[in-house]
Design a protein around this ligand. Structure first.
Ligand SMILES: Cc1cc2nc3c(=O)[nH]c(=O)nc-3n(C[C@H](O)[C@H](O)[C@H](O)COP(=O)(O)OP(=O)(O)OC[C@H]3O[C@@H](n4cnc5c(N)ncnc54)[C@H](O)[C@@H]3O)c2cc1C
Length: 393
């Protein structure tokens, strides 16, 4: 029986496991999911927790309910892969053999890259939706602000679904506008890229929202440090470092892949240490029985949960396709749902070259609409728990 080991029972790992079990004849494959956490996190909902529109109960569910029937769940962490020996080493020292390995452990915040960030997040004045425990603090902080300065950072290249960094910014501004305090606030967005979004139409929507709320946008800026003692954030735009004082700060921390990926010889030159796969076939460049998808893979596109919907069928097809000439190819499809207010959202769907790639050909998804907001907030979670994790979508 062919043995497939999947590292990580997140969005990528579980959707692959379910798809393999659905597609392969019963008894022909053994699927093992290695996942230490008893809870499964639906991270996109964290943006709504940080906007006061959802609670943590809507984010986390028991992992055992979603590991597909027929898969074995090993509640352990992987500490090393030995690709030459086709073996995975677990945190209790035991080893697991595989015929094919899917590496999907996601990425993790790396606070150390920004001096002072970890300390700032320990104070009441800074928060991030990129941490399950801190997302409720975002809303406490923003909804309690009546005057002063709010600063939001946006980054794309080393976080999951970078465009969602705009979500806390615009939902907070809309809240302040509705409650009549927006004119008493100075709001800054420190955006790492020179433009608001790689696709011009979406960038235009974001620029108009910035103007509508009176936000001062600082583009092409790299966050250098945070000083919690004086509540200051320092950034640079190529020249001398500049600083802003804040009363409320929402940060997107830089992320990196788990370090055992590099130690196992699975990373390439990627500064985040992600798995070095062919971005189209999802097969490892040097170890043909190793595959990767999701946030932990170098796929030459912005990572997102929505992107995994396109990656998972390609990966599962290719694992069972003996002839590489017949491999399917992933075009880099990804999505960033960006709320421009508390009732409207732009679904920015692009391919690897940042060209629009609308689902079902519906171009209107890239315009701010209440129904795209309702889709993202209410329907998408149902599709996730009932369809995506079960390998149906
Ligand atoms: C705040 C926030 C908002 C987001 N909003 C959106 C959105 O609106 N739309 C969208 O499409 N995407 C969004 N995303 C991105 C989306 O959540 C991720 O792209 C997606 O979850 C990646 O799936 P993954 O399986 O690669 O990683 P994860 O979902 O992070 O899963 C990785 C799993 O691997 C496990 N693991 C880690 N290390 C090990 C190990 N050593 N051994 C075994 N298992 C391990 C972890 O416990 C985890 O369960 C958002 C992300 C965040 C953080």
């Amino acid at each position: 029986m062919r043995s497939i080991v999947i590292i990580g029972g997140g969005n990528a790992g579980l959707s692959c496991a379910a798809r393999v079990l659905r597609q392969q004849p019963r008894g022909s494959v053994r699927v093992t999911v290695v996942e230490p956490s008893p809870t499964h996190t639906y991270s996109p909902m964290l943006s709504y927790v940080g906007s006061g529109m959802a609670g943590l109960a809507q984010v986390c569910r028991a992992q055992r309910r979603y590991v597909p029937a027929g898969a074995e769940w090993l509640r352990r962490s992987v500490t090393l892969v030995r690709p030459e020996a086709h073996t995975v080493v677990l945190d209790d020292g035991s080893e697991l053999d595989y015929d094919d390995l899917v590496v999907a452990p996601g990425i993790m915040p790396d606070h150390e890259q920004i001096p002072g960030l970890a300390q700032a997040l320990d104070t009441p004045w800074a928060a991030t939706n990129y941490d399950t425990q801190l997302a409720p603090k975002t809303w406490d902080l923003m909804s309690g602000l009546r005057s002063g300065t709010a600063v939001f950072t946006v980054r794309f290249h080393d976080v999951a679904c970078g465009g969602v960094g705009y979500k806390p910014l615009f939902t907070a501004c809309d809240y302040w506008r509705r409650t009549g305090v927006l004119q008493d606030l100075r709001v800054y967005a420190i955006v790492e890229a020179p433009e608001f979004f790689p696709e011009p139409k979406v960038a235009g929507h974001i620029a108009r929202a910035m103007r509508r709320y009176g936000i001062t946008a600082i583009t092409g800026a790299r966050v250098e440090s945070v000083d919690p003692a004086v509540r200051g954030i320092t950034f640079s735009r190529g020249g001398a470092p500049e600083s802003l004082a804040y009363d409320a700060l929402h940060v997107l921390p830089p992320h990196r892949a788990p370090e055992w990926i590099a130690r196992s010889g699975l990373a390439g030159a990627d500064p985040m240490g992600r798995v070095d796969v062919d971005p189209e076939t999802l097969q490892h460049r040097r170890h043909p029985t190793v595959w990767s998808l999701g946030d932990a893979a170098t796929l030459d596109t912005m990572s997102s949960g929505g992107a995994i919907r396109s990656q998972s069928p390609v990966l599962v097809h290719n694992i069972f396709e003996p002839d590489p000439a017949r491999f399917q190819r992933y075009d880099g499809y990804t999505v960033a749902p960006i709320t421009l207010s508390r009732r409207s959202l732009v679904l920015a769907e692009v391919d690897r070259r940042h060209c629009p790639e609308p689902s079902f050909g519906i171009r209107d998804l890239a315009n701010p609409r209440p129904w795209t907001f309702a889709f993202d907030r209410f329907l998408q979670p149902v599709l996730y728990w009932q369809g995506i994790l079960r390998g149906l979508i």
